[in-house]
Design a protein around this ligand. Structure first.
Ligand code: GLN
Length: 476
């Protein structure tokens, strides 16, 4: 097996036993990038010099006999909406095409402190708005399993990099499904932590009450390692939780005996691909065989989740994106006066989907419609949260499909934004409720396209999610 195909924990063992060097590993990844990048298009910026310098440092440490941390020397991709000091951070938007942040996002900084090798900044849908990376202002990323298909989005570049051997793990962000949906499309593991688990400092804001950074990895063990590395309270993010961070590797135990797992009937309805439904029901059977108890449950407000999300997220986005005015940040297109300059800048530099969200958001927030749309959406959000709170009184986990369909063809949905929004039907309720959720591969369709299932946990209970996910993975 080539080095680029291995997991972080396998590579760590190879590094510490001196079977490989960090420099060799980095060279292997970059030769894979050279081979695949034309076809996949996972990256917006490559940081080879920096990667090689880090690898050298790690090799020096190993040569000295110093202990190295678990992600030290391991190549990773960083979604390009996560600020990296001195490295261009574009959010895949023309408006930030030349933006070089003067500071690091906390989650990234923690990886740098561990000497992880940063391969580059990964493509996304512009400002993380989308489900396919087709909304990137620069190029569309292709799914390594079928190059005619999308990798999902918005963390499509990060996910395709991991699935295509162009990084061992990646950081993505998930506002409504952007880690879990591409993970399921690309056959890898993707976790959205509990809201507040990972600092949002330096994550370019899309919808601040929903955004969360999380790991995209090749297996559950790596997921726990990356989560360990990036979690924790941060004074720079007032919404980051003060809760203790457990050692997530302690959850890597194959044992689900006695766990109560709910199957919400609202997630197995018309519109879900039959092959996905079968695969996810088989996962439930597997958990039952392994000693878990499966219970049919109801989350009655699920049907309102998409509408709620597509009011709240655009409303927050409209506010967050006000700052791109041609003055404080990013690109400027001149005009006769300041108003014309701002108009020209935003008209020319924002893509179609971003403009659509800003318009929906401002409409929902406007004086005449605030109560009818935004305020109502907030109330429904509370009902969706309560559905989960009630369900979790008698459950440990909830099991659902991650997506209603597998990876679709590039171009297939671009003309129909509503259809694209329906991609998020299984993932957005989790963000609205602030809960942790993971997507785990569970086989492929007749056409060999990956299928994923989702496990949703109680707030701050990533441990039970990881334990069940690990148990399933080990059973294969
Ligand atoms: N697809 C969803 C959207 O377009 C989710 C995006 C995300 O999680 N960043 O809003």
């Amino acid at each position: 097996m080539a080095l680029y195909d291995k997991t972080a924990h396998e590579l760590h063992d190879l590094l510490t036993t001196k079977k490989i060097s960090a420099a060799e590993l980095t060279a292997d990844i970059f030769s894979r990038v050279e081979e695949m990048e034309d076809k996949i298009g996972a990256y917006l910026t490559l940081t080879r010099d920096k990667a090689e310098a880090t690898a050298k440092l790690v090799d020096e440490k190993i040569a000295r006999g110093d202990k190295i941390s678990l992600l030290e020397g391991i190549p990773c991709a960083i979604k390009d909406n996560i600020c990296t000091k001195g490295i261009r951070t574009t959010c895949a938007s023309k408006i930030l095409e030349n933006f070089v942040p003067p500071y690091d996002a906390t989650a990234y900084k923690k990886l740098v402190a561990q000497n992880s090798v940063i391969v580059g900044k990964a493509n996304l849908d512009e400002f993380a708005m989308g489900s396919s990376t087709e909304n990137s202002g620069f190029h569309t990323t292709h799914n390594p399993h079928d190059l005619e298909r999308v990798p999902g989005g918005s963390s499509g570049g990060s996910t395709a990099a991991v699935a295509g051997g162009e990084a061992i793990f990646a950081l993505g962000s998930d506002t409504g499904g952007s880690i879990r949906q591409p993970a399921s499309f690309c056959g890898v593991v993707g976790l959205k932590p509990t809201y507040g688990r990972v600092s949002r400092y330096g994550l370019v804001a899309f919808a601040s009450s929903l955004d969360q950074i999380g790991p995209i990895t090749r297996d559950v063990t790596d997921c726990a390692l990356v989560l360990n590395a990036i979690c924790g309270h941060d004074d720079m993010d007032s919404t980051s939780t003060a809760a203790q961070v457990p050692d997530f590797t302690k959850s890597l135990i194959a044992d689900v005996k006695g766990l109560k797992i709910g199957l919400p009937k609202e997630y197995f309805v018309k519109g879900i691909d039959a092959e996905i439904e079968t695969a996810v029901r088989n996962v439930a059977k597997k958990f039952e065989e392994l000693g878990a108890e499966i219970v049919e449950i109801s989350l009655p407000h699920t049907e309102y989740a998409i509408a709620t999300y597509y009011l709240i997220a655009p409303a927050e986005a409209a506010t967050n994106l006000e700052r791109y005015d041609g003055v404080s940040y990013g690109a400027r297109v001149d005009g006769a006066d300041v108003v014309e300059m701002m108009t020209n800048t935003r008209t020319e530099k924002f893509g179609e989907e971003v403009k659509r969200r800003i318009m929906i958001g401002n409409y929902a927030l406007s004086a005449g419609y605030y109560d009818a749309y935004y305020l109502k959406a907030l109330k429904v959000r509370t009902l969706i949260q309560k559905d989960f709170t009630d369900a979790f009184e008698k459950l440990d986990l909830i099991l659902t499909p991650t997506t209603p369909n597998v990876a679709f063809k590039i171009g297939e949905m671009v003309a129909d934004p509503l259809k694209m929004y329906l991609q998020d039907i299984c993932t957005v309720p989790v963000n609205l409720a602030g809960l942790p959720g993971i997507s785990i591969p569970c086989g492929v369709t007749k056409n060999n396209l990956p299928i994923g299932f989702q496990l949703i946990g109680k707030a701050l209970d990533e441990e039970t999610i990881l334990k069940a996910a690990f148990t399933y993975e080990q059973s294969l």
